[in-house]
Design a protein around this ligand. Sequence first.
Ligand SMILES: [Fe+2]
Ligand SMILES: [Fe+2]
Length: 512
Amino acid sequence: MNEEITDLNSPEEFEEASEEKDAPEEASPASDKQMSHQDKDYLEQKEERIRYFRTKNLMERVREMLFCLVGAKKNMGIYPPHHSICMDSIFTFFQAAKKYFQLANDFSLRIVGEELYYEEKLLARESLLYYSLVKDCKEKGIGGITIYKGLTPEEFADFLYLFSLDCAELQKRGGLKNLLGRRGIVHIVLADPGTYEEIPKEEMIRASHREEYFNAIDVIKELAEEVIAGKKLKISKANKVVGSILNRVVEDRSAVLGLATIKNYDEYTSYHSVNVLILSLALASMLPLDRSALMILGTGALLHDLGKVTIPTSIVNKAGPLSSAEWEIMRHHPVVGADILIGQPGVHPLSVVVAYEHHARYDLKGYPTIMEKRGISLFSRIVEIADVYDAMTSDRPYQKAKDPHTAIRYLVKNRGTVFDPLMVKVFVDMLGFFPVGTLVRIATGETGIVYDQNEGDPMCPRVKIIRDPSGEEVEPRIMDLTLLKEKVEAAGRSVVEAVDPKKLGIDTLRYL
Ligand SMILES: [Fe+2]
Ligand SMILES: [Fe+2]
């Protein structure tokens, strides 16, 4: 792959590498104005890359530190404080903490309801894995734990010892918070219960994702107009959108995937292009690809159907079957799209390949004919899955939208022929069998909308309940279906079936 694709291990390395690889070209006096605009773009893109890198690394270190914290706490509850197992786990925690504090000055865990947050970010999987920590905090009157840089092993060992005391003992000694003060533990601060109950800015963050989604729609529409007018494409705008969506996918995959359920019948191609971008990036971000690679893939995904812009809408939107002449025109859009993109400065050749190959199929029985024995590129195989999934779940003049669950089954059925089987597996693992936005009836008889996935348990997502068993509307609340599992053994599964939202007159987007 191209030489820009690097494998860096720290933000420092990344920043250094960015300096070397991405320095803007020397400005010429004749194009001062243009260059200053380019400089601005360059700086914005660089900032986005650094933000992406920090977030990805930071969350890995948060999870590692939390894992070590829970391990050390557990050992302290079992063994005497000076036992070698306790000492070892404190040492391991400090190794993880050292890595974490290279990126941040404090480590803030928050308890909201039954869930664990790192700052404002929900740790959905950890909330289940470390439920004993959440429960312990709630019982001992802790709403949050903040650990500051500068923590000493003595403070930490002391804290773990006090934390492992039972509730009655803590109460007798004046409560855990007071005890920390008295023992001189200054680098661990506890919050009162309920401190963060109102804090989750999830709604605000989701609103900002939505704004970016519609910005992306505007950009793809502008690019389509430029194609029609025969103008040079403003690729930097597309790259900016791809960079921003990529950061959001990495930070908040489930919420951004929810956006890909937005459809628009009249402006199908624009919405489809942005949805394919989101789905492709979400899938690819599960693979060991670096940011440069994801950017190239993203640009290809966003622009994959640009060739359709030149096809008369009477053909694109025809309700009945296409005539052979019309079909010939339609089948040509990947070639037309690649032709448009190949002449544009700033478009990577692999992004052009995506436009060219996205209907070629894994077994090469699609179009255009690919002679190469090595098959189609990885990026094309990813975009093909995203493309078909979004097309199947959209209303078109010639088809009714299928529910996401049916589309997933189609992908699984055609793995190895139309689709790359490995990429289908990653896609299904990521979306779950009931993707975000699917309306489902669960074993309790209630109806809800899939809101979030539980990693590693694709059959048991988190669902926003909106109707009771009798079909009456209720105040929306989130239910984690993994917690329902035991109760529904008799029913066999927690989600009974996917339900067509149109039949119930429900606008699922309202709840995402
Ligand atoms: Fe296409
Ligand atoms: Fe498409």
